[in-house]
Design a protein around this ligand. Structure first.
Ligand SMILES: N=c1c2ncn([C@@H]3O[C@H](COP(=O)(O)OP(=O)(O)OP(=O)(O)O)[C@@H](O)[C@H]3O)c2ncn1[C@@H]1O[C@H](COP(=O)(O)O)[C@@H](O)[C@H]1O
Length: 114
């Protein structure tokens, strides 16, 4: 699974400076950061609609589009997907409920100091 991200990240990186008339990734880079973010937003919305529809093939297709455009967004931000995978690794064993409570405690302490 991780190997797929790695392969795709390498291809996406190599597309920097490629011909936008023959490469969709290069076309996205040429359109710029705002366009890439717009595509991520659109694909996220389409993924939500697919999940609501409950159609398996649609969910897989739209999630693949979302992950792909997210990888382009990371590359455009000069980030490798490994950084995100490392963050997910770091979170193993930490409940989301506990993490949120710790964040709220930090906010309260900071508000009291001000
Ligand atoms: N995984 C993908 C991938 N997933 C989705 N897409 C493209 O993403 C686009 C999303 O479709 P939309 O209908 O939302 O967008 P659109 O209207 O076609 O495009 P816009 O004008 O709105 O940007 C389609 O053109 C898909 O073909 C992808 N394009 C490329 N890849 C990978 O990237 C590699 C490099 O691609 P190129 O840069 O095109 O060589 C490919 O070999 C693939 O491995």
């Amino acid at each position: 699974m991780v190997d797929t991200f790695e392969r795709l990240a390498q291809i996406i990186e190599r597309r920097k400076g490629a011909d936008p008339t023959t490469s969709y990734v290069a076309h996205l880079y040429c359109k710029g950061g705002d366009h890439i973010l717009k595509k991520v937003g659109e694909e996220a919305f389409e993924t939500v609609l697919a999940a609501k529809s409950g159609e398996r093939e649609q969910i897989i297709h739209e999630t693949a589009d979302l992950w792909f455009h997210t990888l382009v967004m990371l590359a455009h931000s000069n980030l490798h997907p490994q950084a995100v995978l490392d963050e997910l690794e770091r979170r193993f064993g930490t409940s989301g409920i506990e993490e949120k409570a710790a964040r709220n405690d930090d906010k309260s302490a900071s508000a009291r100091r001000q």
